[in-house]
Design a protein around this ligand. Sequence first.
Ligand SMILES: *[C@@H]1O[C@H](CO)[C@@H](O)[C@H](O)[C@H]1NC(C)=O
Ligand SMILES: *[C@@H]1O[C@H](CO)[C@@H](O)[C@H](O)[C@H]1NC(C)=O
Ligand SMILES: *[C@@H]1O[C@H](CO)[C@@H](O)[C@H](O)[C@H]1NC(C)=O
Length: 198
Amino acid sequence: MKSLLLFSLGSLFLTLMGISSATLSPAGINYEVVALMAIKSDLNDPYHVLENWDSNSVDPCSWRMVTCSPDGYVFSLGLPSQSLSGTLSPLIGNLSELQSVLLQNNAISGPIPATIGKLEKLHTLDLSNNTFHGEIPTSLGDLKNLNYLRLNNNSLTGACPDSLSKLEVSLLWTCLIIILVVPCRKYQQRLSKLLVTL
Ligand SMILES: *[C@@H]1O[C@H](CO)[C@@H](O)[C@H](O)[C@H]1NC(C)=O
Ligand SMILES: *[C@@H]1O[C@H](CO)[C@@H](O)[C@H](O)[C@H]1NC(C)=O
Ligand SMILES: *[C@@H]1O[C@H](CO)[C@@H](O)[C@H](O)[C@H]1NC(C)=O
């Protein structure tokens, strides 16, 4: 009886350990903290909104503008209208549970990181009204769950990636793209009805 109890306590302990170390590497490094610190260091943050983002934290769930899922993974990043400039770190692609990224109305420049295409659960991405330049990464076409995307009012150039046409299910976001890049015109007709939602 006693050994059974010990066994149960033991497994409970192991289970709890498993939960709390969900995002930890064997060396105890939280990859999400590393990724968020990289994002912070590539941004200029004149009003110190990212001040409590601290590399010594065990997890980032109490940081401003960061929201975690119940099991402790970062699932949203909301930093609209915070006067941020600088660039967006490609390590954003390491926040593997991210569902929502809101960075609109800042002055972030540089390319849109292609690593965003690794964020399989992403459903909302708003990078509008920044100064991103370069091409729209084709990897965005891999985002099967994306249903809201705004990239308008940036300095994006180049062709509208064909991969985006795979996302026909998520019509809303494709129509939002149109506003920003002329080469996306071929989608315009099909989507013009949706433009009213803007
Ligand atoms: C990104 O995450 C992977 C594990 O998912 C890890 O192997 C890699 O080192 C991380 N990159 C950085 C720079 O933290
Ligand atoms: C675009 O962002 C700037 C700040 O960079 C802000 O002043 C302006 O109001 C924003 N435009 C819209 C339409 O939100
Ligand atoms: C577009 O971006 C420029 C430069 O950031 C800004 O001045 C302008 O207000 C923005 N326009 C809209 C419609 O947001």
